[in-house]
Unconditional design. Structure first.
Length: 136
């Protein structure tokens, strides 16, 4: 976990996404189909591969690879210091499951496509855990 949480914009929590935003103490959770074992993200009511309604959150390893990123220099949010990295990471479990996130605990100039990263959580008010990634 980061030392002191920043005041990041927070998601609106619903019945459909609370497993993702409130499970940080248990690890990163992504939906998985009980019919064909495929992961899907974000929330879907049916598996996009086989159509099964048997989709449930499952904890994944939290390991990923950076597949794209940009360095933001604009102070869009007053309590989030710039520069910071906005990245797409591809989860180890399935190549087409990607998350938009920030890379933390790493100089921005060291971030690279192909970099191995792991999830860390930043706990916010209301038991919201923001999944961020740092070098593995």
């Amino acid at each position: 976990m980061s030392e002191a949480p920043l005041m990041r914009p927070l998601p609106v929590i619903t019945d459909m996404n609370s497993y993702f935003w409130r499970s940080g103490g248990e690890g990163l959770r992504i939906l998985r189909c009980g019919g064909c074992d495929r992961y899907s993200h974000p929330y879907v009511g049916r598996c996009p591969s086989c159509g099964s309604r048997d989709v449930k959150p499952q904890t994944v390893s939290g390991r990923a690879t950076v597949v794209g990123f940009t360095v933001n220099h604009q102070p869009w949010f007053p309590h989030v210091p710039v520069p910071y990295v906005i990245a797409y990471v591809e989860l180890e479990e399935q190549s087409d499951i990607r998350l938009a996130t920030n890379i933390v605990n790493c100089p921005v100039e060291d971030v690279a496509i192909g970099m191995k990263v792991k999830v860390v959580f930043e706990k916010q008010d209301d038991d919201i855990y923001i999944p961020l990634f740092e070098p593995a």
